[in-house]
Write a protein that binds this ligand. Structure first.
Ligand SMILES: [Mg+2]
Length: 427
């Protein structure tokens, strides 16, 4: 990078933040993989009438259906919709590829969910062009390699980038210039983070119709109307948003690994080793009160080649089974035929402290039970020492007819996807 180049310095002084969000992600994956669903209204979600819509294809949205809507209401609005139950393993695999693409352009990637991230590409401009050019490259890579549409917003700050990507949908790109406040001013207040169906009418009654109105309001009035969120919202509306993109969430990871005395040569043995690691990682997460957004599996081969594969979880988790299922699902992405593996490892990344205020699209009572079980196991280990309680599978002689699915009796959660590909021990 040349020093003293005024133009370069100017162009670098404005941050280039990307917000990239897959369009109707789960529904688009279903339409991609089943041509008979293309062009039709598709709802992904629980088939039961008490379920909610996890994703709606654009064809369904035309009928006023949106994510998180009760399935019964969605089907009332769009009775001809085709309901598909979610297959998280497949979404996780697609997501991992999408995030691999993000990481080609910058290490500063902050995952927000399985299909959405902030990227700071300010420092990547010398290599790849400005934010707009990088966003287009990423959209093209995703389109070509994954066969799906991603929309992107480019702006000097996170809030505007997020608003821009919403405006870009579907399959679009929206670039916000340096004057973020001017861009935001005419937009309706519903665009403000945290302003939902309850707050919006309240704000409108007080004369706030646009983000420009919010930006100009007195902090006192806003605090009265919106509570403690008010002044913060006004600052965001003025384009005052210095929040950094935080890849640190990934650096803050919890992991376990070991080098084996004898190289592992079959998928069953590798998966059992991953179960030991996953159990340890789950225990540490539980102790720390953290949930992982994703897991990384690491294999070092006899020739010291080191490969890692990341899998994003459908939602943050901290129990052994969820972590281990994701690990086993990712094994199909490693070359395993004839492989000799000397080291195995599992780490959890994207650690978050709670899931309480996140929308629970897939209430998972089984996961809650597993978490409870692990809390109990964790406290028993504290009392009786590390070896007191462990998963039955770990105590058994290697036997490829049993898999880590058997770690507990949880028939409802038996997961057919892990029988795919290289790991074939269940059947
Ligand atoms: Mg999305």
């Amino acid at each position: 990078m040349r020093r003293g180049s005024v133009d370069l310095c100017n162009s670098l002084s404005v941050r280039q933040i990307l917000h990239i969000d897959m369009d109707a992600f789960f529904a688009s994956v279903e339409q991609r993989d089943d041509p008979s669903l293309r062009g039709k209204p598709v709802l992904v979600g629980g088939a039961s009438r008490r379920g909610v819509v996890a994703a709606a294809s654009y064809e369904a949205r035309a009928y006023g259906v949106f994510s998180a809507m009760p399935m019964a209401e969605a089907l009332r609005r769009c009775p001809q919709a085709i309901v598909v139950s979610p297959e998280h393993g497949r979404y996780g695999e697609v997501s991992a590829t999408v995030f691999e693409i993000f990481h080609r352009y910058t290490p500063l990637v902050e995952p927000l969910s399985i299909d959405e991230a902030f990227l700071d590409v300010t420092g990547s401009q010398g290599l790849f062009g400005d934010g707009e050019a990088i966003a287009q490259k990423i959209r093209a890579d995703v389109r070509q390699e994954v066969g799906l549409a991603a929309s992107a917003g480019v702006a000097p700050c996170k809030f505007a980038a997020k608003v821009a990507s919403d405006m870009a949908k579907p399959d679009g790109l929206f670039v916000v210039g340096e004057d973020v406040r001017a861009f935001l001013a005419p937009l309706p207040i519903e665009r403000m983070w945290g302003v939902g169906p309850k707050t919006a009418p309240l704000l409108r009654r007080h004369g706030f119709a646009t983000l420009g109105d919010l930006a100009a309001a007195s902090p006192e009035l806003l605090e009265r109307v919106m509570g403690s969120h008010g002044p913060r919202a006004a600052a965001l509306a003025r384009g005052e948003d210095v929040r950094e993109v935080e890849p640190g969430r990934e650096a803050r990871s919890i992991g376990a690994e070991c080098t084996h005395e004898e190289d592992l040569t079959d998928a069953g043995a590798i998966a059992r080793a991953l179960l030991v690691h996953a159990a340890k990682v789950a225990e540490r997460l539980t102790e720390a009160g953290l949930y992982a957004r994703g897991v990384t599996v690491k294999l070092k081969y006899a020739d010291f080649t080191l490969l890692t594969r990341q899998t994003l979880l459908p939602e943050p988790a901290s129990d052994t089974k969820t972590l281990h299922d994701a690990c086993v699902a990712s094994l199909v992405r490693f070359p395993l035929a004839g492989a000799r593996v000397r080291l195995t490892g599992v780490s959890a990344y994207g650690l978050v402290e709670h899931t309480a205020n996140q929308q629970r699209l897939f209430p998972d009572r089984a996961a809650a039970r597993r978490r409870e079980l692990e809390r109990t196991m964790s406290s028993m280990k504290g009392r009786f020492g590390g070896g007191a309680v462990t998963f039955a599978t770990l105590l058994e002689a290697p036997d490829d007819r049993r898999g880590p699915d058997d770690v507990e009796d949880d028939g409802a959660q038996r997961n057919s996807r892990i029988t795919r590909g290289a790991v074939t021990w269940r059947r």
